[in-house]
Design a protein around this ligand. Structure first.
Ligand code: UTP
Length: 289
């Protein structure tokens, strides 16, 4: 079956990014000249996903507005002859179909996915976490879709993390049955590094089947009092119904300041006009040759 829908949860509080996120959603903070969530939607589009279900809250309507036409602005850009920029802003409105659902209480990532149930209906679907950015030769979510299409099973995206980061992630363990492909036997939400020898962390990319909603509905609050997607995925491992793929590419967690700033520099350095002046300014700040 061709998977066309992707759920992008963007309803969290973004407390790690305060005070920047007091009124501006974390997913709308810019990475160079585009908001974080636009990179996520571009990855979805590049992977052939056409229908984006944004899980939002009452303070985040500017996210859906970003993917809509802004006719007043288009009028100004037309009148002033700024046609390149006109195309740029119009293209964003035409990238994908947007469906929004509300998460009325911020009860965690698993709960946010459950809020999308009516919009997803009975088809398999992708989930992309709205503040996790991935770049590489092949879109991160496409690498999962390829496996889901061939194996007809739910898939999670993983990357290796150093031991001191294990306690920040859901960690999978299992056997590697093909290069970079794992049959998941167990999952732990934010374990201590001493509790697992695995360093394979889930990194905000999933392909799921509608049975996940029943598992989510039956869950009580897990770690941190939140409804954890990891706990519902754990239920799938009981019937050997979960695969993991090691994603090839670079990843930035936009909720972490060091990574957020590094992502800004990565994109700025890829812009030919900006590279030279940026490097000059950085040289003044740092002792680099
Ligand atoms: P995070 O845990 O990184 O985001 O969730 P957060 O809760 O907004 O941030 P901090 O930890 O307080 O800084 C990953 C993604 O899941 C969404 C967030 O918006 C983010 O894009 N999310 C999280 C929801 O949609 N609902 C929730 O209840 C929790």
């Amino acid at each position: 079956m061709d998977i066309k829908k992707v759920v992008i949860p963007v309803a969290g509080w973004g407390t790690r990014s305060l005070p920047a996120t007091k009124n501006v959603p974390k997913e709308m903070l810019p990475i160079y000249n585009k908001p974080v969530v636009q990179y996520v939607v571009e990855e979805a589009q590049a992977a052939g996903l056409t229908d984006v279900v944004l899980v939002t809250n009452r303070n985040k309507t500017i996210i859906e507005d970003h993917f809509d036409y802004n006719l007043a602005l288009e009028d100004v850009l037309t009148r002033t002859g700024k046609l390149d920029m006109l195309k740029t802003v119009r293209d964003v409105a035409e990238m994908v179909n947007i469906i929004t659902v509300r998460q009325k209480k911020q009860l965690g990532l698993g709960h946010a996915v459950l809020c999308a149930r009516e919009a997803v209906k009975n088809d398999p679907f992708a989930v992309m976490v709205g503040d996790d950015l991935m770049f590489g030769m092949e879109p991160g979510i496409k690498q999962l879709l390829n496996v889901a299409h061939s194996e007809h099973m739910p898939v999670v995206g993983v990357m290796e993390v150093p031991a001191d980061k294990v306690s920040s992630y859901g960690i999978i363990s299992g056997e590697e049955f093909a290069p970079g492909l794992y049959r998941v036997r167990d999952l732990m939400e934010k374990p201590k590094a001493s509790e697992t020898s695995s360093r394979l962390a889930m990194v905000g990319r999933y392909v799921l089947y509608p049975d996940i909603f029943d598992h989510l509905e039956n869950l009580g609050p897990g770690q941190g009092g939140e409804i954890q997607l990891t706990d519902a995925l754990k239920a799938l491992t009981k019937s050997n119904r979960l695969l993991a793929v090691k994603i090839r590419g670079q990843r930035y967690d936009a909720g972490d300041w060091a990574e957020y700033l590094a992502a800004n520099i990565y994109f700025a350095l890829h812009d030919e006009d900006l590279r030279y002046p940026l490097v000059q300014r950085l040289k003044e700040l740092l002792p680099i040759n």
